[in-house]
Ligand binder design. Sequence first.
Ligand code: AMP
Length: 302
Amino acid sequence: MSLLIVGTVAFDAVETPHGKVGRMLGGAATYSAVAASFFAPVRLLSVVGEDFTHRDHAVFRGRPIDTRGLERAKGRSFFWSGRYTPDMNDRVTLETQLNVLAEFDPRLPEHYRDSPFVFLSNLQPSVQHGVLRQMRRKPRLVALDTMNYWIEGALSDLRVVLRRVQVLLINDAEARQLSGRHNLLEAAERIQAMGPRALVIKRGEHGAILVRGRRIFSVPGMPLRRVFDPTGAGDSFAGGFLGVLAASGRLDESALRRAMIYGSVMGSFAVEKFGLERLRRLTRKQIRERARQFQQLTRFEL
Ligand code: AMP
């Protein structure tokens, strides 16, 4: 089944202990769409500026990603720059330039409006909500990702759209910020009261947890020898998670647990190289192998 993804297509400047890149293709929707496209057909909705070239567009070509909803506007594309801490578990945003995103008021192409799976990835909560309002029928699943920038700058809009979301994917710091609670289970409880029945809390190298009511499922982070750039790990996780759900069309507990594994698999690949480099060269065989490694990593008897 098709997965509609709305979010940023951007240029990023990133500094990690392994190096510095002044400008590379990035954006939450770019990472999510590429990751999800290994599993299910994707419909991409976003905006880019005049600086986005045919070469940049190549990242979507040859994959089942419909880009008829990728608008081109006058001006520059969204730009973000960030610096990671030496342990790479944290980062600071140095600059966020909304550019063409500031005026983005998307009109969904007709054929996007019946998408059964919808991922409102990171961008203005008001735009996320606008997308839902244009759907012809209620999607089977609506998932949302956000970050500190919007929690700080657009909290009331975020609260409105959260009421219409079933799965919220955020990182641990954002869960604490949104809920005002440090303990992650307490944070999850508070956030569930805001709308989403299920919460996926991404914890960087420590893995991720899925909380649904009182049910909890935890996935470890894949121990990796090389971590070059954590940028896009969360978005790639989300792409893998939702791509797998859209592919199977199932939303039961075992489907969600399986999706958590594939989310972790895609996140673990994303960090191995700078930007989208690793995902661009990824094969299905490598995905299958890493999923098996996850199975080995967590198998035990009592
Ligand atoms: P992640 O590392 O998965 O949290 O996502 C990093 C990506 O999010 C980068 O490629 C950025 O272009 C994009 N990004 C950064 N800040 C924002 C924001 N405020 N809204 C939407 N996307 C953003």
